[in-house]
Structures are given as C-alpha cells and as structure tokens.
Design a protein around this ligand. Structure first.
Ligand SMILES: [Zn+2]
Length: 403
C-alpha cells in the first residue's frame, strides 16, 4: 500500500530511460529498504534499474536465481494520487469505490473475486488505477527478502533481485545488465491468479505491406492511374473477419492483425502484427498474407508491393524447454504452498520472454494482481502471501536439488 502511492507511470512518448524520472522515486526507496534488510550491495543505476544480492548460505553449488518485478505502472490510466483501500474479510459484495461511486468492482464482471471471499482485498479509490501491476510483484519480492533474511536457518543459494522500469511501454529490459546481475535462471513476479505459472507467450512478427500506385493528374488519368489507396483497401477486405483475427480467437489460436493503415494515391501502407504460440506458423501466416497481396495486385494491374517482415519476440517456452527444472521446481514450490499449479499461455509478450532469449530463462509467477491497467484493479493480500510462500519454497527446492 505504500509502494502504490508513489507515482511511477511510464510514458511511451519519452525517449529516455527511464521514460519518467519519477520511477526512480520508488527505486530509491526500495534500495534503502533492501539495504536495511541487509542487502549491502543494493543500488539503483542511471537507467532506474535496482539490483541487489542475497549471498548463499549453503556449501552446495546452487544455480543463482533472480526474482524480477517492474516498478512502472501502465500509461492507460492515471497513476497520480493513488489512494489504496483495504477491504478486510471481503464478503462477496460489490465494491463501490468512494472517490467515484460509478466505479464498482463487481464479482459478476470479475468472477475471480468470488473465490476470494474472506480474503483482504486492496483496491484503488475510483479515480486511478491501483498499480498492483506490478507493485504486488515488488511487494512480494520485498516480503520474501525480509523473510529469508529473518530465517538464516533455511539453506539457499545466491539470490539476485532485479526491479525494472518501463515494462508497460515494452522497454523493461532494454538496459538490464545481465552480466552484472550474474544470475543463471530468473522468475518474473507479474502473474495474476493464485497458483498460476506462465511459461509460454506468443511468438511475434511485425509485417509492413507497402503498395505503390501510379500517380497521374486526375483529369487525364484514364487507363493510366493506379490508386494505391484502393489497392490497400481491396487487400484489407480480403482478410478474414471470423477467423485468424484477435476479435475471433482465444486460447492457443494465433492471428494476423492489421494495426495501422495510411495512404495516398502513390503509396499506401498497412502494418500488421502476426502472433502464434508456434513460431513456425508465423512464416505460414506470412505466406498466406503474401498470397492476399498477390490477389490484390492481380486486381490492379500496374500496382506493385513491398512486403517486409520484422521479428518482434519469441515464445519463451523454446528456451524454457531446454531447462525443464526451472518450471518443474516452480510447480513443486506452488504445490508445497498448498496449491495446484495452473499453466496459462500469455497472449502477448512479457519481459520474461525477452530475458529468456537474452540468456536468463525466466517464466512468470502469480502475484494476485487482477483487472490491471484500469480503475477496477484489485489484489488479494492472501494471494500475495501465497506468492511469497512460493518463492521461499522455490529457493529451498533449488538448494535441495543441487549436487
Ligand atoms: Zn505487469
């Protein structure tokens, strides 16, 4: 509840790192608290990243584990003046937020709340987001650090802590120094429902199709002009409406999704994002899309097109499958905390995916944060406690299994 009151909203329009200086306000506080907990090397760098280490207290050679969370909140909803409210022993009713009583968190719209009856629920007050995404993750890690420092009798290997800025604008690991971090495996603490463990995310490409027309004075254009706007429009109309699109798919299905279009007579571009859990399918979708381009060109003789594919990110499962213990131990840690692990594929990207491909295999563990990026955001205190318990179990398991 303290951390969410510090405004750390990131800004996609800013070119600097961190994108907003105010993110360092939280970073500096975390450094102070980590130092007070005995992590002498805790520090924040110029880019706003917080690094800290807990030293090994076992004779065994244990892989170095990193726990990671992001400090920024989403630009979609205000993060200024957040007033967190604690609803103790939640009774299953609608939560009316006092600073804007039209904002009601209802168990009808948020069925997960029904499973949390009896828990203590934290919400914002109606005019801002809460910022449990990802200050729940930050709080879980900080509570974990406190617990592990107070329990030196529990053997564990070296543990690294990493707090990052700018996750919400897709730049969360741009300036992460993994050399300096020195971890073998990582876990992001940025998942939602109790017991959930995310090891899979979309593989993603961007495609830009540029149509070139032929410009002629419109008064004298007969049989000469080719209008790129019309070619692009025809092409977009060839895309399926009830399959292969975000609005018609869920679960494990991918899509081909136009996100931006602009054009003039001479030139029109259509930008796509291409997504699937199976990386090989991206190329198949792109071939299919090329076929639609060819159909459009056939309809408008004289038009030409460029087709440019840019790799965006990849399914982290490709990396994690090479290190099965990272997932196995997390599953066991969740079970030891009395839950059954629930594996959910992420229909998007994650910092963990980029970290995985940068050499730090890194699935995502639950924190209880729900309905993020908006005013209805909430988190259960008991879910956060279960997350802390999972982390304690996890470092114990890594130590137990080490040779
Ligand atoms: Zn997040």
């Amino acid at each position: 509840m303290r951390y969410v009151q510090i405004d750390t909203q990131s800004n996609p329009q800013s070119a600097s790192t961190p994108s907003t200086e105010k993110q360092k306000d939280l970073g500096r506080l975390l450094v102070t608290e980590l130092q007070q907990l005995g992590l002498a090397d805790a520090h924040i760098d110029d880019f706003g990243y917080v690094y800290a280490s807990i030293t090994s207290n076992t004779a065994k050679q244990v892989p170095v584990i990193c726990f990671c969370a992001h400090m920024d909140t989403a630009p979609d909803s205000s993060g200024t003046g957040v007033k967190p409210l604690l609803h103790k022993n939640y009774d299953g009713s609608e939560l009316v937020l006092p600073d804007d009583t039209t904002q009601v968190i209802s168990p009808r719209e948020h069925p997960y709340l029904k499973q949390r009856i009896g828990d203590d629920i934290i919400t914002a007050s109606g005019t801002t987001l809460l910022g449990a995404d990802d200050k729940a993750g930050v709080a879980v890690i900080m509570d974990f650090v406190q617990f592990i420092q107070q329990h030196p009798e529990l053997p564990h290997g070296a543990i690294k802590i990493l707090f990052t800025p700018d996750e919400e604008i897709g730049r969360g690991v741009d300036k992460a120094d993994l050399q300096k971090l020195g971890a073998d495996f990582g876990y992001t603490l940025d998942g939602s429902e109790r017991g959930s463990l995310e090891e899979e995310n979309f593989s993603a490409d961007g495609v830009t199709v540029t149509f070139h027309g032929i410009s002629v004075h419109p008064g004298y254009a007969k049989d000469k002009m080719v209008n790129a706007i019309k070619v692009a429009a025809y092409f977009v109309d060839l895309l399926p409406k009830d399959e292969l699109s975000p609005e018609s798919t869920e679960g494990r299905y991918g899509f081909v999704h136009p996100v931006h279009m602009e054009g003039m007579l001479e030139k029109a571009t259509v930008q796509f994002i291409i997504r699937d859990f199976v990386t090989a399918r991206l190329a198949a979708y792109e071939e299919w899309l090329k076929d639609k381009v060819a159909q459009a060109l056939a309809k408008f003789p004289g038009a030409k097109a460029d087709f440019v594919v840019k790799e965006q990110y990849r399914n982290m499962k490709e990396v994690l499958d090479q290190h099965p213990q990272v997932i196995q131990y997390a599953e066991e840690a969740i079970r030891r905390a009395g839950m059954e692990p629930v594996k959910m594929p992420i229909r998007g990207g994650t910092d963990g995916s980029r970290l995985s491909f940068m050499g730090l295999p890194c699935p995502n563990i639950f924190t209880g944060e729900m309905a993020f990026h908006g005013r209805h955001e909430y988190v259960s205190v008991q879910d956060m406690q279960k997350s802390v318990e999972t982390l304690v179990n996890l470092v114990r398991i890594w130590e137990e299994k080490a040779g």
